[in-house]
Ligand binder design. Structure first.
Ligand code: ASP
Length: 366
């Protein structure tokens, strides 16, 4: 019975599934083609956990713990990876990305900088849970200036699921990271044959393998085992222009607007010494009068208040229904609340906290 399998048996099972999946179709084509290239690109895989590193109790897509399989085990379980690139795997953490945190972000940023400075790798792949992948990718995109590709990848199904998507996603992430076409594009996100930019990508579906979307447009490109096709330039922005703050990232809270909203969430954020508050506003970044009044009072005390939207697509512009000039608010444009939070943390950590300067920085990434 599957329930009684040892971790070793479960892993071998997932390796067998990966082998079956990858021996079908065109996977051999790219591996063979890549095998003719010499020397092979060196890809450093930094493993952080997530569903891609998980095993389930049964061969269904439900019931599993994110994290558990190591980076070395993961890369070893994907046939053909060694023909695409020379792979080295390192474990940074082994957590579900619901537990992702700035300590791991700092470790990732430091290790990536070091690896490129020491010429240890031609590209980097980060295996990561999908829940907060967009936040990690966006953080790294703002602090890494290297021209070499850095690619985040995850999966929606555990390695033991029927039609596990992890092995194929990892194969394609390595393919993207090993390609000269991917240089100078900033950090990239690869899932389900699709290449995304950290600024645009967001998780849109709790279970679908095609969960990552750009709600305001299309992806950067597509990847399959035989080709990589970029359709768009990476969005202009301040890629790699912000330093990783020495003192750590300041507290920035997200408050979620809803009908019957009072000022409780905002008062809580102020009481907990938040240096910034991001409003996940209704519509174009709006909220009740009680909430807006409390946010304006917070802004007057020097707390950075950024209006974003809970809607999921579109832009929050200045001075539409809310007077940002009068209240001292900042707008996030297309950045969703979780990414507006990351940028606000980085700006405050880099000494930028006056509303007009913060807005200019949001303008510059826009
Ligand atoms: N909770 C998981 C995580 O983000 C989900 C996933 O990886 O898809 O780590």
């Amino acid at each position: 019975m599957t329930l009684s399998k040892t971790p070793q048996q479960v892993l071998m099972h997932s390796i067998a599934i990966a082998a079956l999946t990858l021996s079908a179709g065109g996977y051999a084509l790219t591996a063979a083609a890549a095998g003719t290239e010499s020397p092979k690109p060196r890809i450093l895989v930094l493993a952080t956990g997530g569903t891609i590193a998980s095993t389930g109790d049964a061969r269904s897509a439900i019931g599993y713990n994110a994290g558990g399989v190591t980076g070395e085990q993961l890369t070893a379980s994907v046939p053909g990876l060694d023909k695409l690139a020379t792979i080295k795997a390192e474990q940074i953490s082994n957590i579900g990305s619901q537990d992702m945190n700035s300590k791991v972000w700092y470790q990732l940023a430091a290790r990536i900088k070091q690896a490129f400075e020491r010429n240890e790798a031609d590209g980097i792949v980060i295996t990561h849970g999908t829940d907060t992948m967009e936040e990690t990718a966006f953080f790294l995109d703002n602090v890494l200036a290297a021209s070499q590709p850095v690619v985040l990848v995850g999966s929606m199904r555990p390695s033991t699921a029927v039609s596990a998507d992890g092995p194929g996603n990892l194969y394609e992430a390595v393919e993207v990271a090993a390609s000269a076409q991917s240089r100078n594009r900033g950090v990239l996100v690869v899932l389900n044959d699709t290449i995304h930019s950290p600024r645009w990508v967001t998780k849109t579906n709790t279970t679908s393998v095609q969960t990552f979307q750009n709600p305001n447009g299309g992806p950067l490109g597509y990847v399959d085992p035989a080709s990589i096709r970029y359709l768009a330039a990476a969005p202009a922005g301040r890629k790699g222009s912000l330093a990783v703050p020495n003192a750590g990232l300041p507290r920035v809270d997200i408050v979620y607007a809803h009908a019957d909203m009072d000022a409780t969430q905002i008062d809580d954020a102020v009481r907990h010494d938040a240096k910034g508050i991001v409003l996940a506003g209704v519509g174009d970044g709006n909220a009740s009068k009680a909430a807006l009044d409390a946010l304006e009072a917070a802004a007057r005390t020097g707390i950075v208040v950024v209006r974003s939207s809970r809607v999921g697509a579109g832009f929050v512009n200045r001075n539409v229904e809310v007077s940002d000039d009068k209240t001292g608010f900042v707008v996030s444009y297309d950045l969703n609340p979780q990414k507006a939070r990351v940028l606000t943390q980085l700006l405050i950590g880099n000494g930028v906290s006056a509303a007009d300067k913060v807005q200019k920085a949001f303008d510059a990434t826009h």
